[in-house]
Design a protein around this ligand. Structure first.
Ligand code: F0G
Length: 436
């Protein structure tokens, strides 16, 4: 077993446990699969069972104190919570102050939906503009611990941007497999700018991931896709940060978009760990929203109550979540069942409308993130979300990731070029004013 510094001088260990058959193992193979049944693994910390509530409450104080510190591992919104992460020596921690993202009030949507307590946790405000940075920071640190010089991923775009940046920052080499022609240009540009070797394959994301499995058996690169359980350890820290921002009042609902289904799984893990440590008493309902054209989890829940994955041929303009064969589906099903969350899909039009509505209150995000608001509207209509309940939408990516989408959506608002004289401009403004 590997060790985790639980609290000085107390040390806890972490192990890898299969999410399906429960087998526990100390080390993982290149694709992080269970040696017994080939399902995914999760990181567990067996010694937490013995942690006292006093100790857990002390953690809250320690985390707060670190906020004022200038040490890199304290100013990171991930490593600030390192007692609940695998232990990594300081020299191996790869961080760019990820996390530390704002929790925004959505006033207009709150009024429209009669949900006064509607908030957005904006994970697009991470260093490379998506929530991926929190997970990549932990997983790439593990790659460093293990002595890898190459890291890699298959991606719909954001993971590749994050992998490229963190690898560059750590002085490591990276290659990324992308579905050719299906990645938003902002993300592709980031991966290139950060110096990743970008391989665009004539397939979809699911095809890229399948090939990556084969490649890493032959090529010595460390996989940073979310089947790497250390990714989820980083991503779960958003829950700790959110709970601090909410003064440890658990929201009724947390709503997240679902693609490969790791983020929803990580959020569930974060809340469960806080509950097990006695830092919260109840869990929020964690609901997962997919695009109607890329809805394998929705179909899996509807058609067989989460027993067997229903794969789909994915199509959506929310390219981040264009995934038909999600790796972490079992973990996500468990989160839905344990928290009592809902799983819904939303149309392309609903996503576009929700994105424009968020934009109209000054909150930008990428299309996949806007699926959360579109999903909330559905859940409020059905009565699953009740008036007066507190709802947190997890906005996963920055609006500038997919500028083409916005220019297309907003094209009717683009005025033709006009003469550069004051009279013409004033006249135009007066017309606009009269129309309002
Ligand atoms: N939102 C954004 C902006 C994403 O980039 C992703 C996934 C998701 C939501 C879904 O999260 O996969 O954990 O369910 N993007 C991955 C990538 C697949 O390669 O960047 P998930």
């Amino acid at each position: 077993m590997m060790t985790t510094t639980f609290s000085n001088p107390k040390v806890a260990t972490h192990a890898l446990r299969c999410v399906h058959c429960g087998a526990v193992q100390a080390v993982a193979d290149r694709m992080f699969r269970c040696t017994q049944c080939s399902e995914l693994l999760e990181v567990v910390y067996p010694e937490w069972a013995g942690a006292s509530r006093e100790f857990a409450l002390r953690l809250r104080e320690i985390w707060k104190e670190r906020k004022g510190s200038s040490l890199a591992e304290n100013s990171s919104g991930v490593w600030r919570f390192r007692e609940l992460l695998p232990q990594v020596d300081r020299q191996n921690i790869v961080t760019m102050s990820e996390g530390n993202t704002p929790l925004l009030r959505l006033e207009k949507s709150a009024r429209a939906l009669r949900l006064p307590h509607l908030l957005a946790k904006h994970q697009g405000m991470n260093p490379t503009g998506s929530f991926k940075d929190t997970g990549i920071s932990v997983a790439i640190s593990m790659a460093k611990v293990e002595g890898f010089s190459w890291v890699c991923c298959a991606s719909t775009g954001n993971t590749s941007a994050s992998v490229a940046a963190y690898a560059a920052h750590a002085g490591m080499k990276s290659f990324v497999l992308l579905p050719a022609g299906q990645v938003a240009s902002g993300k592709l540009a980031q991966a290139l700018e950060f110096g990743a070797h970008v391989l665009q394959l004539r397939t979809d994301f699911d095809g890229c991931l399948k090939i990556l499995h084969q490649i890493v058996q032959r090529f010595p690169a460390y996989t940073l896709n979310s089947l790497n359980p250390y990714r989820l350890e980083g991503q779960k820290t958003v829950v700790f940060e959110l709970m601090e921002q909410l003064d440890w009042n658990v929201p009724d609902h947390v709503i997240v978009p679902g693609g490969n289904l790791a983020n929803s799984s990580a959020l569930g893990k974060g809340f469960l760990e806080l509950r097990d440590l006695g830092l919260i008493r109840v869990l929020p309902k964690i609901s997962i929203i997919q695009a109607a054209g890329a809805n394998p989890l929705v179909r899996t829940m509807r058609e067989n109550d989460g027993q067997e994955l229903v794969r789909v041929n994915a199509q959506t303009r929310a390219t981040a979540i264009r995934i038909g064969n999600p790796a972490s589906w079992r973990k996500a099903v468990a989160v839905l069942k344990i928290t009592g969350g809902a799983c819904e899909d939303v149309s392309e039009e609903e996503i576009a409308l929700a994105k424009a509505e968020l934009g109209a209150e000054g909150v930008g995000c990428e299309p996949a993130s806007a699926a959360t608001l579109a999903g909330l509207k559905k859940l409020a209509r059905s009565g699953f979300v009740q008036p007066g309940e507190t709802v947190v939408l997890v906005l996963t990516g920055h609006m500038l990731k997919d500028v083409d989408y916005m220019l297309e959506a907003q094209k009717q608002h683009v005025l033709s070029p006009m003469e550069a004289d004051m009279g013409t401009v004033i006249k135009t403004l007066e017309q606009i004013d009269a129309g309002n």
